[in-house]
Ligand binder design. Structure first.
Ligand SMILES: Nc1ncnc2c1ncn2[C@@H]1O[C@H](COP(=O)(O)OP(=O)(O)O)[C@@H](O)[C@H]1O
Ligand SMILES: [Mg+2]
Length: 308
């Protein structure tokens, strides 16, 4: 099977910026692909290019075997795109918003009735169907936007930061819906600033300055970062941070609340050294241990390496 989405050296300039700068990406049908990267990395531009909303400056892209430059109209019915700043009609009810998008995509009235019921229940919005979109919570608005994106039953979903700014419970609900769609065989590309979400993807692409700098399973991405994590819970974390961050073998130090995560070359070697230094500096600590590498640390470390 050829890839469902394929780009070759894709470029898009926006004013003086190479917003997307030579992106070669191949996505198989049924993947749940996470696009991560700092602000300005080019995630939105990539998704907008794939949605056929921006012209390609250079390079090629094909979706379902159709050339994006010449066959955008053939591609459109197969793709659902949810923008970062998606627009619902605040004055319209939940139901009316779904009807609006159904008509936009020429969904027949009988399909529309059947799908509306199903999507409302899928998104947990049935009881709110007559409420105006403007009066929904942020999380419910995102779910409604997703339902509107699904009304024409696209095989490919392009979702641009669909959960940014949403509370953790709603984020989890939204991801349960995505997982369900993934299990049904929908191909999903989703950009996200949340590393726990990246961890739920089958593959993750890390973008930086318009380029794809890493592309692999979450596990392999974590393993790419050499070294190990030491987690330290010190009594005076600020003093502890100052003391340990410059030590030999400590590549990075991040704080998470009151705990400090140290990326070190070798946990076994540095753990006793760090303990000695803490003792000598009279810094008390509740715990210190070698901890598993998190996606967030791997990500930060890879980005730091780019910036170095
Ligand atoms: N309308 C615009 N005008 C000027 N620069 C833009 C515009 N849209 C995007 N850019 C630039 O293109 C680059 C990529 O942006 P974007 O695709 O929005 O990144 P991301 O979604 O990863 O934050 C950034 O440097 C951004 O400043
Ligand atoms: Mg963006």
């Amino acid at each position: 099977m050829p890839p469902i989405i394929e780009t070759k050296d894709l470029k898009r300039d926006i004013k003086q910026t190479h917003a997307v700068d030579g992106l070669s990406l191949s996505i198989e049908a049924g993947e749940l692909f996470g696009l991560v990267g700092p602000d300005g990395a080019g995630k939105t531009t990539t998704l907008r290019l794939l949605a056929g909303l921006l012209d390609i400056t250079e390079g090629d892209a094909a979706i379902l075997g159709f050339d994006l430059k010449s066959k955008a109209e053939e591609i459109k019915p197969h793709v659902g795109y949810m923008a970062q700043q998606f627009s619902l009609y605040g004055e319209l009810s939940v139901l009316e918003n779904l009807q609006f998008f159904a008509e936009l995509f020429d969904v027949s009235p009988s399909d529309q009735r059947e799908r509306t019921e199903r999507l409302l229940s899928f998104a947990g919005l049935t009881v709110f169907k007559n409420r105006r979109a403007a009066n929904l919570s942020g999380g419910m608005q995102k779910k409604l936007a997703l339902a509107c994106t699904l009304i024409h039953q696209p095989e490919i979903l392009l979702l641009d930061e669909p959960t940014t700014g949403v509370d953790p419970v709603s984020r989890r609900e939204f991801w349960n819906i995505l997982t369900e769609l993934h299990l049904q065989g929908t191909t999903i590309i989703v950009s996200t600033p949340y590393m726990d979400e990246a961890d739920r993807c089958s593959r993750v692409g890390l973008m930086y300055a318009g380029k794809l700098v890493e592309c692999d399973s979450p596990l392999n991405i974590r393993n790419k970062v050499e070294g190990e994590m030491i987690e330290l819970q010190a009594e005076d974390w600020q003093k502890a941070l100052e003391t340990v961050s410059g030590l030999t073998g400590v590549h990075e130090a991040q704080t998470y609340g009151e705990s400090i995560h140290l990326l070190v070359d070798s946990g076994k070697r540095r753990l006793p050294e760090i303990q000695r230094v803490l003792k000598k500096s009279k810094i008390g600590y509740r715990s210190i241990r070698i901890a598993p590498m998190q996606m967030e640390e791997a990500f930060i470390s890879l980005i730091r390496r780019m910036e170095a």
